[in-house]
Each structure stands twice: as structure tokens, then as C-alpha cells.
Design a binder for this molecule. Sequence first.
Ligand SMILES: [Zn+2]
Length: 253
Amino acid sequence: MRTFTIAGILLCTLAWGNPQCYVEGYPGLVASADESALTLVNGTRLPYRTADAKTTWDEKINHADLAMQLTQRYDAGGSETPPPYLFDPGRLRYQPFFQALYGNDQKTIEKNLVTITWPTLKGSVKLPITKVGGVDKKLYAIGQEIAKLPKKERIWAEGAATYCYRVIKDTDRLSMHSFGIAIDLAPATTQYWKDEASAETAKIGYKNTMPLSIVRIFEKHGFIWGGRWYHYDTMHFEYRPELLAPSCVAKAH
Ligand SMILES: [Zn+2]
């Protein structure tokens, strides 16, 4: 059985995450990165750290920078374990990074969208997704692999929804669906932390019905799963290869 302690989380926080995770995770998009800045192939430079105060959880979630984006280690391939308190690997995000990659505004983002075929039990549907970094090809491959799963698992990939330009509920932060890099599955029957708690810092009980067979297919192709967050969103998957780059992947605890 895995146990997480506060000390363990702090150790992970201090020991894990480095600028190379971005270079490795986004070949062809991120040219170089070091402790001071990240440079995209198109010449855009982003600071690796910003000066905003980040003491409380709300400050961290609202003002994360590129360094902080990596501080919580994503446990790819892990079993279904309720995540520790305030442990949300991938949920801390530096929005200018996603805008620089996928588009600074809705119009630019939509120019980068293409549609892919997503198999369902009742035939195929078309889903809009960004072509930047080949995300469309990865999601297509995921759909093909899920289609080979037994029906009792596959049924959790029905009702898929991808692109939607919107902010995250009750926040000013853009949802990853706004960049065309996220997908929700079985939205009517999966679990969301806000259905159990009203505040970011409330104590929340964990619930999940998404099969790990589906989760592992997504993780293999660079997508993280919202079911590995303390603030769980078990329908949600997003393309975050910096958290899954070989040198940055969590070792089994
Ligand atoms: Zn989602």
C-alpha cells in the first residue's frame, strides 16, 4: 500500500521537475529551457519563474509559473489511489505557456483546430482538437486503442467532448479545453470534486469510476488524467507531455 506524508510530498516537490522536462516533452515546439527562461522554436521567450507571491493554495493555483507547473510529480501508470491533500499534479498551470503554444486568442486557437474520428459504440463521431505538436494524431491513436477494449470498459469513453473556449468554473483561468488539448469522457456519469465540496481547500472524499485501462492508454500518449488530482475531475484528460517526459516520469513509490 502506498502512503504519502507531508514530508514525502515536500521531498518530491524539492527533488522533482526541471526545465529539460519541457524540451523533452515538446520536441519541435520548445527549443531550449533553463532556470531563467524557456524559448519556443518560434522565438517566444517565457520566464521560468515569476515573482508573484505563492504561499497559499489559492495563490499557487492562480499564479503558477513554469517551475511550479512541474513541482507536483505526476504518477503515470499508478494505481487508483486517492491523491493526498492538495496534490494535483498538472493542475498548476502557467497560462501564457499554453497561449504561446496553441494560440493567444480564440481566433488563433481555432485556426489550429482539426477534426479527428473518434470511435464510439454507436459509430464514429468527429472531435475538434489542435494540430499543434501532433496532438490530433495522438488523440486519434488513443481512440483506436480504446476501441479494442472490452465493452464494459469502452463504455466510459462515450459522450466525448473536446474543444470549448471557456474559463474553468468559478475562476478566471482558461480551461485546457479552450486550447483544444483536452477531452472529457462520460461526463454524465463520472465524478467532480466540486460536487462534494465548495472550496479549493475543503476536505474532499475521493470517488472514481473511470477504468484504469483507459487512463493508461491516454498516459502512454502524453495525456494526464484528472482522476490523479486531489481535486478530482475523473472525466478529464489533457495533453501535458512535460509531466510524462521520460526523465520526468515518477518512479513507482
Ligand atoms: Zn475536462
